[in-house]
Write a protein that binds this ligand. Structure first.
Ligand SMILES: *Cc1c(COP(=O)(O)O)cnc(C)c1O
Length: 390
């Protein structure tokens, strides 16, 4: 019997080395990574600045405890506050934990408003994580199946549908709206340009917290530091993880206004969260994105890939839509197409299929033009022969 639990369906490949957008397997074969470990290694693999920060910090101090002050944690909080416009930060080790903190803040907000049975509005096809509270918030029955009873009380509404939320305005136990600015796992669903603006207005009217899950969209992925910055609004609570440490585990929950006052000593915590190694690494990630002008590069690459795919695929029957926000790219086909992942792997390209029929690309920001060309040609070729056979 295998000694690893069976919770993952793994592809038949094991990587031992990476550099930039390339990975090498145990046989020494190289692969082009168009997925970045699911929007994590945004600066590519073994980025020199990040590697140097990890090595230096590992030689200095890895962990103490949140019983004590942590210099790099304070510096990272300051940095994120100035980048986000939020007011304070809590650090943890993963996306699910960042969302747990966000959900706990909503519960404390309810206590303050004397609401004993608070509800949070969430959306269909959302993904918020695998802990009990975050899988309850997730809008995908497959993620919840077998783990009932779920955590109460999440109200699921269609994504990109403000009217559906407006209809709940009379319900007086609602305390927050929790959404992804672009749904990642749900199929790269890009909402109307003013979706977040409308949610902001509605939350202000209702005194609900606007809680944005930017675990996938944050840290430059959509071409702004944070996706809500396309809308010139601020959320009340913000969760981050994936790209923040470029592979070193770190998550963050940031808050503003009343939400920034809710935690007091003893109300929340974690042993590892915000340790010197993780925070120092995240600071190096943010510095590198800034120094190397990578937001601009994300936008350039986004246009380049969109144009390339449009040229290759716009006339192809069976391509339902090509969606992109920055370097979150989804190509929806009219058939389930999970087998394309293995076919791409055979051509030494790493891609993902989500929501059954959507090819998802999350390439690193340091991708070269010729690597972008290779992604366009390989993926388009695979799609054309797949559709010709179905
Ligand atoms: C990946 C993801 C999560 C969960 O993050 P983990 O680090 O896997 O716990 C939550 N929300 C969104 C939008 C994600 O993409």
């Amino acid at each position: 019997m295998a000694t690893l639990m069976s919770n993952y369906a793994r592809l038949p490949v094991t990587f031992t080395k990476g550099e930039g957008a390339l990975l090498w397997d145990t046989e020494g074969q190289s692969y082009l990574d168009a997925l970045s470990g699911i929007a994590v290694c945004n600066l590519g693999h073994a980025h020199p600045n990040v590697t140097a920060a990890i090595c230096e910090q590992a030689q200095t101090l890895v962990h103490t405890s949140n019983i004590y002050g942590i210099e790099h944690q304070r510096r990272l909080a300051d940095r994120l506050i100035s980048l986000t416009g939020m007011e304070n930060a809590f650090f943890c080790n993963s996306g699910a934990e960042a969302n747990e903190a966000m959900i706990k803040l909503a519960r404390l907000y309810a206590r303050r408003k004397n609401i004993p049975n608070p509800a949070i509005i969430v959306t269909h096809n959302s993904f918020h994580g695998r802990t009990l509270a975050t899988l309850s918030a997730t809008g995908n029955p497959k993620v919840q199946q077998g783990f009932e009873p779920l955590v109460l009380d999440f109200i699921h509404v269609p994504y990109n549908d403000v009217a559906a939320i407006q209809q709940l305005a009379e319900q007086d136990n609602i305390v927050a709206v929790m959404v992804e600015p672009v749904q990642g796992e749900g199929g790269v669903n890009v909402p109307a340009d003013d979706y977040l603006n409308q949610l902001r207005t509605l939350c202000d009217q209702q005194q609900w917290l606007l809680m944005l899950d930017e675990i996938q969209t944050g840290i430059g992925r959509t071409g702004q530091w944070f996706a809500y910055q396309h809308n010139q609004i601020l959320p009340d609570v913000l969760s981050l993880a994936k790209g923040l440490g470029n592979g070193v585990p770190i998550g963050a929950c940031l808050a503003r206004g009343v939400a920034a006052e809710l935690f007091s000593p003893g109300t929340h915590g974690t042993t590892f969260g915000g340790n010197p190694l993780a925070c120092r690494t995240a600071l190096a990630v943010l510095d590198s994105i800034e120094q190397d002008n990578l937001l601009q590069r994300v936008n350039e690459l986004s246009e380049y890939l969109k144009k390339g795919f449009a040229t290759q695929l716009s006339e192809v029957q069976g391509v339902q839509s090509i969606r992109a926000k920055g370097l979150m790219i989804g190509i929806e086909l009219d058939h389930p197409c999970a087998e394309l992942v293995q076919q791409a792997l055979a051509q030494h390209l790493l891609i993902n299929v989500t929501a059954g029929n959507t090819i998802r690309l999350l390439p690193p920001f340091i991708l070269t033009d010729s690597q972008a060309d290779k992604i366009i040609l390989t993926v388009s070729g695979l799609i054309k022969s797949f559709l010709a056979m179905h």
